[in-house]
Write a protein that binds this ligand. Sequence first.
Ligand code: NAG
Ligand code: NAG
Ligand code: NAG
Length: 199
Amino acid sequence: MAAMSKASLIVAAIFLLSLTSATVAHGRSSGRKFVMSYDEPCMEMRLYLHDIIYDYSNSTSNSTSAAATKPTALSTAVSRSGYFFGRMVVFNDPMTEGKVLPPSLEETAVRAQGLYFYDKKEEPNAWLAFSVVFNSTAHRGTLNLMGADPNTATRDISVVGGTGDFFMSRGIATLRTDAVEGFKYFRVQMDIKLYECYV
Ligand SMILES: *[C@@H]1O[C@H](CO)[C@@H](O)[C@H](O)[C@H]1NC(C)=O
Ligand SMILES: *[C@@H]1O[C@H](CO)[C@@H](O)[C@H](O)[C@H]1NC(C)=O
Ligand SMILES: *[C@@H]1O[C@H](CO)[C@@H](O)[C@H](O)[C@H]1NC(C)=O
């Protein structure tokens, strides 16, 4: 008898757990429905990414990214500046709706967290992988983006998935470098179009 009720408690607990995880996985999905159309985006947003690379002379609180590798032997042999091929940069960048830097670089409702590395010998041709992490009253969840980031005026990368409010989202992000200040700061305009989403 005692064993029976223990077993049913476990079953109830597992049932409750699966209910909870379904809710978490779908975000605030009650009443929402899945929309998929490759002709018309179901959600669009424009965000600006601000990246300030740590260059050893500026304050650490002003930096949002850092090179995580030393120049490779190959890059030293072939690149004039000696750090293109194999250089990897890790970032936790603020993202904003407008172009202006936010008052705090650390505390923003939207962040881009990930890495890029240079994969061309002579030029800064990059490959990017990162999450856009939303933590605001408007949106909570992540979008995960990746793809080739060549040194061209605009480039498209894939939105390969999402979590929370962006559960199972997919689409395309068009990137355009909006400002560059030396090797220290750059701002990227990111136009995200989702073609699969819960609305
Ligand atoms: C970073 O430091 C350099 C050298 O000290 C300075 O010229 C530059 O203006 C600083 N950049 C920022 C964004 O503070
Ligand atoms: C850091 O940023 C603040 C405000 O953006 C600026 O006033 C300050 O000079 C910067 N410090 C360094 C060391 O770059
Ligand atoms: C999300 O925002 C809330 C409220 O501003 C804050 O307390 C919390 O630490 C944030 N979470 C993350 C992961 O940044």
